[in-house]
Design a protein around this ligand. Structure first.
Ligand SMILES: *Cc1c(COP(=O)(O)O)cnc(C)c1O
Length: 454
């Protein structure tokens, strides 16, 4: 009897040497970002107060392949290539003929996919002579990833952490501080934006939109400081394509290929990272893979939002991006998957969804945690609540296969582990978790405040 191949490992020398830029292959190109003051297409100079030249160039580039700098590859190699796992035990428990694979991005030191972009962002800023980076964090994963990356490159790091997560996840804060970052609960008294929000609502739980404004305000006011964003932007999704590129090589090793690729979707970076290389294969070679983005029903950006120009933040500092949005001042309920509480979405993911190249669906958090527990009890790994959205969709598709008898191949991105999310698991296991009522009224109100363009 031969041992089953649970773990598909790519040799280190097979680590992809280039990121893949989907902008080269989109049937309809992105609409340009707009300068918030003039309403005209933003120029590279509009970004230069907060981003280094190399990242601005990547943001705008339509070059298909972009070389990964060797200093970045050296750090990637500390945990990459990440394992592609075959979930035999989950398949068995479900009694499905489907084959379920997951790409485990939880093996990085920060426990998620986010260092894939934090490391190159810190590198390019260091190259540009920047001394300090400011950023926001929701659940704490991006802040941890950037704190880690800054410590690799000797940069200072200030993190504005959404207040509800700051309170729910004190250990994420300790992790960031251990890596040398300064962590501030947002809204804070340290910025104009924070003070204004607190004046209107002293009990504000915060939101990513507010924290982004604070971090951008901080960076724009200091010449030694730049800002770093952990999702949404084109250069972030570019860096994350290392995930999907590795998957393509790993599937080739086992002579299989996914019929469905699934990722949870907050700002779209792990989803775009795993899905875009497969989207390229679909566009260029007609390989019929379904690509599914999964979001929380409490923050249903793709499934219930509108496709239009909007700001990335509450204070309207950022350029206007064309994307699916719930309105830049939408404050989603404090669900446990903090990393998925963003009002907008990546312009690239939004464009692909608008043009029918990808699908989207949403789930409430209790059904998501049910899937997370099923996964933990079969595969052993405790998933991040964000990643569990992808697991929920993978399980549902596998159960559909059980009905139809189809042996589909399903791949999902396990974007991170949930070791810092145990209070959420505690609440679920104690039967105390509730699905947040869908805030239709709030969504309509904030959509009514969308900027009017043209
Ligand atoms: C941040 C985060 C997400 C959501 O961000 P995306 O940009 O949509 O990928 C998902 N999973 C984990 C583990 C995260 O840390």
């Amino acid at each position: 009897m031969s041992a089953k191949q649970y773990k598909i490992l790519l040799p280190e020398k097979e680590l992809p040497q280039q990121w893949y830029n989907i902008q080269a292959d989109l049937p309809v190109p992105l609409s340009p970002p707009l300068n918030p003051a003039t309403g005209q297409p933003a120029s590279p100079e509009d970004f230069s107060a907060i981003f280094p030249p190399a990242l601005i160039e990547q943001e705008m580039s339509r070059q298909r392949w972009i070389d990964i700098p060797s200093a970045v590859l050296d750090i990637y190699a500390l945990w990459r290539p990440t394992p592609l796992m075959r979930a035999y035990r989950l398949e068995q428990a479900l009694g499905t003929p489907a084959k379920i694979y997951y790409k485990n991005e939880g093996v990085s030191a920060a426990g998620s996919h986010k260092p894939n972009t934090a490391v190159p962002q810190a590198y390019y800023n260091k190259q540009a002579g920047i001394k300090r980076l400011s950023t926001e964090t929701g659940a704490g994963q991006w802040g941890s990833a950037l704190a880690l990356a800054c410590s690799y490159f000797g940069l200072e790091c200030t993190v504005y952490m959404v207040k509800v997560s700051y309170q729910q996840k004190p250990y994420r804060r300790s992790l960031m501080e251990t890596w040398g970052a300064q962590v501030i609960a947002s809204p804070s008294e340290l910025t104009e934006t924070g003070r204004k929000v607190l004046q209107d609502d002293p009990a504000s739980p915060g939101s990513l939109g507010i924290a982004i404004s604070e971090a951008v305000e901080d960076a724009a006011g200091r010449s030694d400081t730049n800002y770093a964003l952990g999702s949404v932007l084109n250069h972030v999704l570019l860096h994350q394509t290392i995930i999907g590129e590795e998957c393509l090589k790993q599937f080739a090793l086992v002579e299989d290929y996914p019929d469905v690729v699934i990722g949870c979707c907050g700002g779209g970076s792990n989803f775009g990272g795993i899905a875009f290389p497969f989207l390229r294969e679909k566009i260029q070679r007609d390989r019929a893979t379904r690509l599914i983005a999964v979001e929380p029903s409490a923050c249903p950006t793709l499934t219930r939002g509108v496709f239009t120009y909007d700001f990335g933040d509450v204070a309207r500092f950022t350029p206007l991006l064309e994307m699916y949005t719930l309105g830049h001042d939408f404050v989603p309920p404090g669900i446990h998957a903090g990393g998925l509480r963003y009002h907008g979405d990546s312009p690239l993911v939004s464009r692909a969804y608008h043009d029918g190249l990808i699908e989207a669906r949403s789930y409430g958090q209790t059904s998501v945690f049910e899937a997370a527990v099923t996964f933990s009890r079969t595969e052993g790994i405790l998933p991040a609540p964000e990643s569990a959205h992808a697991i929920r969709a993978a399980i549902d598709l596998a159960l559909e296969c059980k009905e139809t008898g189809e042996a589909k191949t399903i791949l999902f991105c396990l974007s991170g582990h949930g070791h810092f999310d145990l209070s959420a698991y505690e609440s679920y296991l104690a039967g105390k978790m509730e699905d947040c009522a869908y805030p239709q009224e709030l969504i309509e109100q904030s959509i009514a405040r969308l900027p009017q363009i043209g």
